[in-house]
Design a protein. Structure first.
Length: 528
């Protein structure tokens, strides 16, 4: 059977953005996803189970694409969800709340009115877990990354253990998640683990207060919806509305459909010459928020997740920088921009260079931070050793791998040469910053290395002299790729300036004055 096509999306509400996943077609069925199962997993499962319905699964505040929505109390959670449902044109459609999400229904009904059909799936199991435990573990990021394993075990045990006796495996309930589905659900909960913990506590306490939920039909598992729902009939669900911006210089998330596939964006600002931010390879563009926000005054800024990275579509096979440049051109064209300026770092610097060489009509000015110049023997060593295999594991064994790999990158260059002569004097980031880096890799999953590898195979020395646009080649003093500045100077390309910036803005907690000075250098160059 063909797997239902998923469309992830965001709807902007007063308190932030609500992430969702849509699958299937037909009349609308609104689903409040369980905090323990991601919205994408939920939408895909229900679309396969309920053909003829258009499934819109909303991620609860504090999880997944809704992670930045405040999780202060039940009423605030309900307010954000109600606003999202209204903006989507889904008020009055059949409603399904999964597991703990059912706790929000009374407050949601107070705002939207009770829909003609409302179901609570897994209510008895949720109540039993609330009564019998085990207790939610501490989830605040830790220096050693063990909070990730605690969250993984908590989520896995939710599916494995008997709600009434958590010392026993349960023989009933929803189908057990595959390692891949558990990993997807884990990443949704782990975006802001402390927000997930707050949400879990609020919903558990609220559900315990309700002896029954008026107007809600309780069901044991989602498969019970097949008999409980009428045959689908009537008009189809409204089309998803465009994602609206957030206030000036505040990042908002978006997806853009391009000729090459669906790309996830981080956006800020308005007006001016648009600025495309091209990140390093590996994770998402989340760590480049300081660049996106810092350059958003008076201009539109948008950062991409490369295909295979972050929340963009996956792609099979090897990827070269030329492919990433074609992808970037597709994004620019899909957004309707005639030309953009470019800011790129490391892999992103090469993509910006290649974009300017191959599609000069789309590019104005470029800031290229730390372009990659490596000798052939070092290149081969990097390609052989730099990229560990990262695959979802049922016990979460991939989590300490990702955490320690990202951690060691701040200690050694390259990370796998754990020796005194390979030491980097950067200092370890805070657990919160390391968490951000790790989640970007985990979002990318097994394809995290595709774009990353391409940078080491690119012939920067051959392509840089073909650059015909004004460009600033730069790097902070502690950038492991600062040798690219001397290499660029030796090439003596017309219109290319070279400078060492006071700091690397997107690294964790740079000195505030150095970061401001560096952003001012970027801004002045881009304004010409």
């Amino acid at each position: 059977m063909t797997e239902p096509q998923l469309r992830p999306h965001y709807v902007t509400v007063s308190s932030g953005q609500i992430g969702l996943a849509r699958a299937g077609s037909g009349p609308g069925l609104t689903v409040l996803a369980s905090p323990m199962i991601g919205a994408t997993v939920t939408a895909r499962r229900l679309a396969a189970l309920l053909p003829g319905w258009s499934i819109t699964a909303l991620a609860l505040p504090g999880t997944g694409g809704s992670a930045a929505v405040p999780v202060d109390d039940l009423d605030g959670i309900a307010a954000a969800l109600a606003e999202a449902i209204e903006r989507l044109g889904l008020a009055g459609t059949a409603l399904v709340a999964c597991d703990l999400a059912a706790a929000v229904l009374p407050a949601l009904f107070a705002r939207l009115g009770r829909p003609p059909l409302a179901f609570g799936v897994g209510l008895d199991a949720a109540r039993a877990r609330a009564a019998h435990g085990p207790a939610l573990p501490p989830l605040a990021p830790t220096t050693d990354g063990t909070h990730l394993q605690a969250l993984w075990s908590h989520l896995r045990d939710t599916h494995l253990l008997d709600p009434a006796d958590p010392t026993q495996a349960t023989p009933s309930g929803e189908p057990l998640p595959s390692p891949e589905d558990l990993d997807t659900s884990f990443v949704a909960a782990a975006v802001r683990p402390e927000a997930y913990a707050a949400l879990h506590r609020i919903l558990t306490a609220a559900l315990a207060r309700y002896a029954a939920l008026d107007g809600v039909t309780p069901l044991g598992v989602t498969a019970d919806l097949v008999a409980a729902l009428p045959a689908p009939s009537g008009p189809g669900a409204p089309a998803l509305p465009p994602t609206a911006p957030r206030p000036e210089r505040e990042i908002w998330y978006d997806f853009v459909e391009t000729a090459r596939g669906r790309v996830h964006l981080r956006r800020a600002g308005s007006g001016g010459t648009p600025l495309l931010v091209l990140p390093t390879g590996g994770g998402s563009s989340e760590q480049f928020a300081p660049v996106v926000c810092g350059l958003a005054e008076g201009r539109t800024v948008f950062a991409v997740d490369y295909f295979g990275n972050g929340l963009s579509d996956r792609r099979d096979g090897a990827v070269e920088v030329a492919d990433l440049a074609v992808d970037a051109a597709a994004v620019i064209e899909a957004l309707g921009f005639s030309a953009v300026d470019v800011w790129g770092s490391h892999t992103g610097a090469l993509v910006g260079l290649e974009l300017a060489v191959s599609r000069p009509d789309l590019v104005g000015r470029l800031v290229l931070e730390g372009p990659v110049f490596v000798a052939p023997d070092f290149r081969d060593d990097l390609l052989d050793n730099y990229f560990p295999t990262i695959e979802p594991d049922k016990w979460g064994l991939h989590l300490p791998l990702v955490w320690n790999w990202r951690r060691d990158m701040f200690l050694y260059w390259p990370w796998y040469r754990v020796s005194r002569d390979a030491v980097r004097r950067l200092g370890l980031p805070s657990p919160q910053d390391l968490h951000c880096y790790a989640i970007g890799i985990l979002e990318s999953g097994p394809t995290y290395d595709r774009a990353y590898r391409s940078a080491f195979r690119y012939d920067t020395r051959a392509r840089m002299p073909r650059l015909g646009h004004p460009a600033l080649v730069c790097a902070g003093p502690n950038d492991m790729l600062i040798n690219g500045l001397a290499e660029t100077e030796r090439l003596a390309v017309a219109g290319v300036e070279v400078t060492t910036t006071p700091t690397t803005v997107w690294w964790p907690t740079p000195p505030a004055d150095a970061a401001a000075a560096t952003l001012a250098i970027y801004d002045a160059f881009l304004k010409g």
